[in-house]
Each structure stands twice: as structure tokens, then as C-alpha cells.
Design a protein around this ligand. Structure first.
Ligand code: C5P
Length: 307
């Protein structure tokens, strides 16, 4: 029988403040130059002692609870690395999902990163984060970023991660169009347009980083996706009209985000777009300290609110 005390860890969402798509690699992926930004919005993973093989449960219907789930794969990875015998066992993980699936917010990879931290706490207590990142990249390219959190530059497939200084906190309006965009299709559209010489959209506006570095906000996958789904461009323009400093699609979409300095403006954008029938959510950017994978769930006080 396992003897650990139950614990809970957060798994934060991200947006790509910028996403440049570089060359096509031999493995069929593109090299990227992306700046990730963690958000306050997060899932929560509860690790509970449990007799028998590893089991998962989730409060969002439709989430697979077997080896297809990246949390399960993270468990297997750590178990094998710890030279555990047979199947991973002794723990039940309850996944409380708040990050919408398949929207470019990295929910699955973030859950996996947090799962690596949680399982390592149980079975590999002496491993450090860089080693977990090396392991995690086999589960998902965004896992190393989620182990880092905050603001970070991602190269290669986004899996080579360099922490940047936290940006000044912003409010973030998230808008979820009622359709998904398949990741390979979005990259294919971009490749086709490049071959045809279709001009990409301008790369977006600058956002002031902590310190004096200016960071562009924009996504090279956005124009090809918006040509097929004009709603993306409409939502982006609406967010700017509501006072966003910058707005863009995240990852391969279809979530569109707007960054606001003033909470009231962000809240107004979110409620107005909701009245127009869009699914929306208001969150904040999260610092590295608040958001690196496995940040413990705190008892909420007014000043510790992070979503
Ligand atoms: O990351 P994921 O496995 O979901 O990517 C699915 C597909 O999207 C890849 O097989 C590839 O076609 C495309 N992709 C890419 N370059 C990336 C990420 C994804 O071409 N950096």
C-alpha cells in the first residue's frame, strides 16, 4: 500500500506571444522561433494514494483515461526510469480540466509536464527539472516550456527553451471560435502559401518586456488559418478595437488572445464578445514563479489569486 500524503499541483495554459515558422525539417516538423507566455488559467492534478495500477479520472467528458492520455504516458516514463516493476501503480490522478482542449493553449502538454513533476516526486525524488525536460520532450514538444513557465523563448520544435524575464503582468482575453484547427493542416496551409508566394500578414505590434526589450506579438500561422476562417481575423480586430495592446491566434489555433493593461477593458471585451455568441474567458499572464509545472495549489487569498 502506498503511503504518501495526497497532494495537488497546477498545470498552466500558455499562449504563443509570437510564433515564427522557419524551415521544414527532415522529421516532417518545422523549426520554430516562438515566445511562450504562461497564463493564470490552469488545470489541477490531484495525486492520491491508491492500491493497484495507476488510474486516472477527469471531470471533463471525452478525455481519454488510458495510455492515450499524456498524464498516463508521463507516469509510464517516470516509472520505467525509476526501474519500477510491472505497471505504474500506487497512485490515482484526478485531473480537473479548465484549459479547453485542442485550442493552441497547450493543455495536454502542460498536464504532462505537471504529471512528470508529480510522479517524479513519488518515484524519482532526486531528478531535477532539466532531466525531466529531456524525458518530457518525448511526450510533447511543449513539455519543456511548461516545466519552465513564465515567459520563454522556444527554438527547434519549441522544445529548446530559454527562460526570459517575466513580462509586466497583463490581462488576457481568450476567445474560442466554435471550430478547431488541425495542427498539421495549419502548417500545410502555410507551406502551400509560401510556395505560391502568398504574402504573409504583417507580424504585429510590439509589447514591452520587463526591462527594455521590445517583443513582437504575432503568429505566422494566423494568416493562412484566417484566410479559411475569417472569424479569426474578426475576433482579433474586435479585441484591438476593445483596447487590446496586441492580439493574435495562439499556436495553430483556434484560440485568439488579446493582451490588456487595464482589467476593465479586458472584462468589457470578454462580456461583449460573449453577448455576440463567442465562448470567452478572462485570465492573466503568470510569472515563472507562479506557473512552472508542478507549482503547488495554494489556499487562495485575494493577493495570491492567479487566474
Ligand atoms: O506537435 P504535433 O505532433 O501535434 O504536430 C502535428 C503535426 O503538425 C506534425 O506532424 C507536423 O506536420 C506539424 N508540425 C510542424 N512543425 C511543428 C509542429 C507541428 O510541421 N513545429
Amino acid at each position: 500500500m502506498s503511503t504518501f500524503s495526497a497532494f495537488s499541483l497546477r498545470a498552466h495554459a500558455k499562449v504563443n506571444l509570437s510564433l515564427r515558422v522557419l524551415d521544414l525539417r527532415a522529421d516532417g516538423y518545422h523549426n520554430l522561433e516562438t515566445v511562450f507566455q504562461a497564463l493564470g488559467l490552469h488545470d489541477t492534478l490531484d495525486f492520491e494514494p491508491h492500491e493497484g495500477p495507476l488510474t486516472l479520472s477527469c471531470d471533463m467528458p471525452g478525455v481519454p483515461l488510458d495510455e492515450q492520455n499524456l498524464v498516463w504516458r508521463a507516469g509510464r516514463l517516470i516509472w520505467d526510469c525509476a526501474k519500477g516493476r510491472g505497471e505504474p501503480s500506487g497512485v490515482h490522478v484526478r485531473l480537473r480540466k479548465r484549459i479547453p482542449a485542442q485550442g493552441g493553449l497547450g493543455g495536454g502538454s502542460s498536464d504532462a509536464a505537471t504529471a512528470l513533476v508529480g510522479f517524479a516526486r513519488l518515484w524519482l525524488p532526486h531528478e531535477d527539472v532539466p532531466i525531466l525536460a529531456d524525458m518530457g520532450v518525448t511526450v510533447g514538444a511543449d513539455v519543456p516550456f511548461f516545466l519552465c513557465g513564465g515567459t520563454a523563448l522556444g527554438l527547434n520544435r519549441g522544445d529548446r527553451v530559454f527562460p526570459l524575464a517575466d513580462i509586466e503582468p497583463r490581462y488576457v482575453a481568450l476567445v474560442f471560435p466554435p471550430f478547431g484547427v488541425s495542427t498539421p493542416t495549419a502548417y500545410k496551409w502555410l507551406d502551400e502559401e509560401r510556395v505560391e508566394g502568398v504574402p504573409g500578414a504583417s507580424f504585429g505590434r510590439d509589447l514591452l518586456l520587463a526591462g527594455s526589450v521590445k517583443l513582437p506579438v504575432g503568429n505566422q500561422l494566423e494568416a493562412p488559418v484566417a484566410r479559411r476562417h475569417p472569424e479569426i481575423g474578426q475576433v482579433r480586430d474586435a479585441l484591438i478595437a476593445f483596447g487590446a495592446e496586441a492580439a493574435a491566434m495562439s499556436g495553430s489555433g483556434s484560440t485568439v488572445f488579446g493582451l490588456f493593461e487595464v482589467r476593465e477593458q479586458a472584462a468589457r471585451a470578454v462580456s461583449a464578445l460573449r453577448r455576440e455568441g463567442w465562448n470567452t474567458l478572462l485570465t492573466r499572464t503568470a510569472s515563472r514563479r507562479q506557473s512552472s509545472a508542478g507549482a503547488p495549489v495554494l489556499v487562495r487569498t485575494r493577493s495570491s489569486r492567479i487566474d
